[in-house]
Design a protein around this ligand. Structure first.
Ligand code: SIN
Length: 283
C-alpha cells in the first residue's frame, strides 16, 4: 500500500523517513493517523519538521499510537507529567542518552516508542543516530541466530549508572533536580531475539548500556558476546542520523531500534521534550 494522505521520504537505506503533509497540532483524521502508523512500522523512525507543539499537544499526538507513560527516573512537567525535559546547557559536557540503547529495556514492559520534540538546538551538532535491530539480526549467521534464540538478557537500569543515577544525572546542569529520589533500580529479563508484536519481525534486543549479563551466565562470561552484539548492531549500514531543528519531532520504535544522542556541541544548548508510550512484554 502506498500513501495518499502523507508524503514519506526515506532518509537512509537502513531506516528512518521524513513525513510531509502533516500538522501535528491539528486533529488528525483516522486515515492520516493510520498512514503515519504504517510509516512508523515500515521505517521504524519517523521525523516531522516545522511543527508547533505544546506539551499537551505532544501528548495528544502520542495518544494516536498508544498510551503515554510516566518515565520512572525523571520528574515530568508539573502540568503534563508524561512530558520530560531533556536539557544540555552551555555549561554541560555530558549529555543524556549519549550511548546506544533502547529506552527502558530494564522494565518488565519497556516503552513501545518515544517521541522527542526539539525546542532549542545548537547551531551545529546534537544529532540523534538510530540503528535498525531487525537488519542487525538478519545479518547474523544462522548458527549465531540459533544460539541467540535461546538466550535471555538481564537488563538493569543501573548498568550505565555506576555510582548512582542521581549522582550522574546531577552532573548535568540541565537535568539537575529532575531526578525522582524514590526511584529504585529496575531489572528485567527479556529474550535477546525479540519478535515485534505488530510486524512479526525478529530483532536483536541487547545493548551495552542496559544488558548486564545473560541469564544463567556470569557478567564476565556474557561481556564478550554483549560487546560483539552491541558493536555489530550499530554498523554504519544499519543506521541513520537525523539533524534537529526547532520544531522537529522524531518518533522511534523502541521494539526494533536503538538510538544514540551525539554529544558534539559543548558550549551549545539543546532543549527537548520527550514522551514515551507504554509497551508490551517482549517475547
Ligand atoms: C534519549 O535517549 O531518549 C534522548 C535522545 C536524544 O536526546 O537525542
Amino acid at each position: 500500500m502506498g500513501f495518499e494522505a502523507i508524503d514519506v521520504k526515506p532518509v537512509s537505506g537502513a531506516l528512518g523517513a521524513e513525513i510531509f503533509g502533516v500538522d501535528l497540532s491539528e486533529n488528525l483524521t483516522n486515515h492520516k493517523s493510520a498512514e503515519i502508523h504504517k510509516a512508523f512500522l515500515d521505517h521504524k523512525v519517523i521525523c516531522f519538521r516545522e511543527q508547533k507543539l505544546t506539551p499537551h499537544g505532544q501528548v495528544e499526538f502520542a495518544r494516536h499510537f498508544g498510551e503515554p507513560d510516566i518515565y520512572p527516573f525523571i520528574r515530568g512537567l508539573s502540568d503534563v507529567p508524561e512530558v520530560i525535559e531533556i536539557i544540555k546547557t552551555e555549561n554541560d559536557t555530558v549529555n543524556f542518552g549519549g550511548g546506544w540503547h533502547s529506552d527502558t529495556s530494564y522494565l518488565e514492559k519497556p516503552a513501545l516508542g518515544s517521541m522527542l520534540y526539539a525546542l532549542e538546538v545548537p547551531t551545529a551538532g546534537g544529532d540523534t543516530m538510530f540503528a535498525n535491530m531487525a537488519l542487525a539480526y538478519n545479518a547474523l549467521s544462522s548458527g549465531m541466530k540459533e544460539f541467540l534464540g535461546q538466550l535471555v538478557g538481564v537488563n538493569s537500569s543501573a548498568q550505565n549508572y555506576r555510582g548512582g543515577r542521581e549522582k550522574k544525572m546531577n552532573e548535568l546542569e540541565g537535568m539537575r533536580g529532575k531526578f525522582i529520589e524514590s526511584s529504585e533500580v529496575s531489572v528485567a529479563e527479556h529474550p535477546v531475539v525479540r519478535t515485534h508484536s505488530e510486524t512479526g519481525q525478529k530483532s536483536l534486543y541487547v545493548s551495552r548500556a542496559h544488558t548486564s549479563h545473560f541469564k544463567g551466565m556470569t557478567a564476565e562470561e556474557s561481556k564478550p558476546l554483549i560487546d560483539f552484539l552491541s558493536d555489530h548492531a550499530v554498523r554504519p549500514e544499519f543506521t541513520c542520523r537525523l539533524r534537529w531543528q526547532p520544531g522537529t519531532l522524531i518518533f522511534w520504535d523502541n521494539r526494533c531500534t536503538q538510538h544514540f544522542a551525539v554529544n558534539d556541541y559543548n558550549g551549545g544548548r539543546r532543549h527537548m521534550h520527550r514522551v514515551t508510550l507504554v509497551g508490551d512484554r517482549p517475547s
